[in-house]
Design a binder for this molecule. Sequence first.
Ligand SMILES: Nc1ncnc2c1ncn2[C@@H]1O[C@H](COP(=O)(O)OP(=O)(O)OP(=O)(O)O)[C@@H](O)[C@H]1O
Length: 887
Amino acid sequence: MPQKTQDTPMMKQYQAIKDQYPDAFLFYRIGDFYELFYDDAIKGSQLLELTLTARNKSADDPIPMCGVPHHAAQNYVDILVDKGYKVAICEQMEDPRKAVGMVKRAVIQLVTPGTVMEDKPGQAKENNYLTALYVDQQQFGFAYADLATGEIFVTQFSEFEAVTSEMLSLQTKEVVVPEDLPQQYRQQLDQLDILVSVQADQKPTAEVSFVSQGIDEPITRAVLKTLVLYLVSTQKRALAHLQVAVQYEADQFLRMDHQVKETLELTRSMRTGERQGTLLWLLDKTKTAMGGRLLKQWLDRPLITRREIEARQTRVADFMAHFFERSTLQEALTKVYDLERLAGRVAFGSVNGRDLLQLKGSLAQVPVIKNVLQQMDTKSLRALLPELDEVPEVYDLIDRAIMDDAPISVTDGGVIKAGYNEQLDQYRDAMNNSKQWILNLEAQERKITGIHNLKIGFNKVFGYYIEVTNSNLKLVPKDRFERKQTLTNAERYITPELKEKEQLILEAQEKSTALEYELFTEIREKIKQQIQRLQHLAAIISEIDVLQGFSVIAEEQHYIQPKFVSHQKGIHIENGRHPVVEKVLGPQQYIANDVTMDQTTDVLLITGPNMSGKSTYMRQLALTVVMAQIGSFVPADTCELPIFDQIFTRIGAGDDLISGKSTFMVEMIEANYALAHASNRSLVLFDELGRGTATYDGMALAQAIIEYIHDHIHAKTLFSTHYHELTQLSDTLAKLKNIHVGATEENGKLIFMHKVLPGPADKSYGIHVAKLAGLPDSLLKRADGILQHLEAGSKANTPSKPAATPKIKTPNSTSQTPREQPAAIQETQQPLPEVEPDGQLSLFKEPEVVDSKAEKVLRAIHELDLMSQTPMDTMNLIYKWQRQLKK
Ligand SMILES: Nc1ncnc2c1ncn2[C@@H]1O[C@H](COP(=O)(O)OP(=O)(O)OP(=O)(O)O)[C@@H](O)[C@H]1O
């Protein structure tokens, strides 16, 4: 009986290896190809658009197969990993020609989404983080690493939400967890669209102990071990570039959860997901990829220590003051390559001759950078000089050893300079002498034979040969020349002495390439010894780069150095601007605005028409705070700020469609999060909070939330609203001030002033905005009619001096006075209308007691301000009404 295909020795070897990597595509090397089999082949051929064939097609059990040429494999690996899959690279571990029996094969690397090392175009300024999680008794150890740069960070959290928020902020594509991670967390991680990889507990490696230096807590040590073991087990090599883990505490930085960072568009645009239009995009004037990555890290974690922030500011000011020196500095920085990733490649063993030349070129810039900092001659910049290590050992070594035009390949020779190694020089001499000998032989044979165009050539198949054209064949000495090949117009011959020389040349060549590779490996190992110095240098240069970038943008956009004051003194900003909107609109178009929140103001209640600039004003303040706390200058004429500990936002009505939460639910979750975590040193921005539900509910909640913050939290809070009734709160809340964004009406048209003014706005210009948006005239007329009706009703019902506190009506009681000032809103069991502010907004004459469900719903429909509803709001309401009718 013929052997089944799957039982052949090779397929058995394949299966044994594949069993160890069930969750990865196995790229199985056969000769010049990597082959995929079975399901890998079926799925892989679709994902990679490859032809699906079969091994042993004609057998009873053909095995699905597809393959990629080895030299093009990287592209295919990248595609799969980019799509979130893992790829195990299985190589032939011995020369098939020399192998006895089956060629030995082994997986040399498992490439996963979190461990990609290759530089992808456009990604140089991005880190690729692998994260790890360890849970012990409701405490969460959390760590992350960038394998390309060797950076590792570790912390712990006491809430799982903080873990997921951090993962989302870091945009990790993969998280490593221990085998015994409780199922509940596993499920929640699975929902995040992040690949979850499991790492078995094993004996720690040397890397683990190196990375964990100075880390004492068992939980942070445990998570580091999980992380590093995974790196080592996937990469299968020593990772000398892994850096000692940096321990951080979330409260050592200005805390912003993932949602806040997204809302403020610090590094990713909400609309496009790209950099364009973000604060990072605006601020990034860095000249190196490392600087670009550092800036992003700073934006993720602004500082809260005044001394540290001011140290950065001082350097920015110093760079600003030295325009000419700065341009020399920038020129030098442009010539600095990605030292961090080069160091990574040295450790990884993937560095080539050109990389080393880049390393040398970068190191050559260090004296230039030092020189220019010296010229600037300020205390803060001088302090950097001793930190700028030129790593001369590495520079000299590369300078002595690596040819200036070294090729990319490290195995084909042509990498090592003459004079670096005596043996190599001898081989090269031998080769050169022999080549000269051959030239001499050519001249000599021409003379002896009288064939003036006799040539000695070389090709890979026949080696050296003597070529004679057909017209001279009669002159060939048949006794000495042995014919080897016939061409159309010539014959090729060899002679014994030519063969002998050829042997010598080829041997010397083979030996010299092998020796070159050996020398290159040695050089790499020597540089590896200096990796930590290179990494330190990279860190200092990155910092210089980011700070010089701040000086560039500050100069270009006319920013000023913010001053830090106590929380009591509060916020004083004159002519502040939204940095990104200003950049996009141009300085002439942007209307600058003041922000004043001194000891008498904790809450600014902002009213004004749609589109007038309320959320821009709020974002402007938040971005100014973030810029100030990363050490950048800020867009304003003068700026005094306290240092904030956290920023909370609820801006824009984004639905969390994935988790099926409605706008209102998301709003309430975010509001609750802010209320639970904010302190009197926090900044809270709520944009039209409460508008995701029925008017009364929303207004009631908005008021209660403002009161809560005002009375209990004392955080600096900006609250924009369309509920004009809320402006009356300034009568009862001592530290609440009304401001509004002005607009004027001219000939029935609305002119936005974008100017923030004291006091409440007097009118909602919704209908005008609707007109600008192009709604049909007939509809607008109808809306105008309803508005007039509403206003008439409102005037009729409004007491001459509007009461600050709305009255509350329940079906069982007529109007009653609320508990006490300023607690205005009380809970009631009735769904609608639970709360009604004195007659405002009311279109119809109120029945004292609403008794039928249908009437309640009808009335709610009448009262609904359709223009201020999103479709999702309306869906929510209809759902609620349906439920009421069914009750
Ligand atoms: N200070 C300003 N100077 C110039 N233009 C501005 C200014 N503030 C806002 N704008 C422009 O007005 C537009 C609307 O601003 P924004 O979204 O802040 O309004 P809004 O009052 O929050 O609107 P809505 O109530 O509809 O959410 C912005 O896209 C911006 O182009």
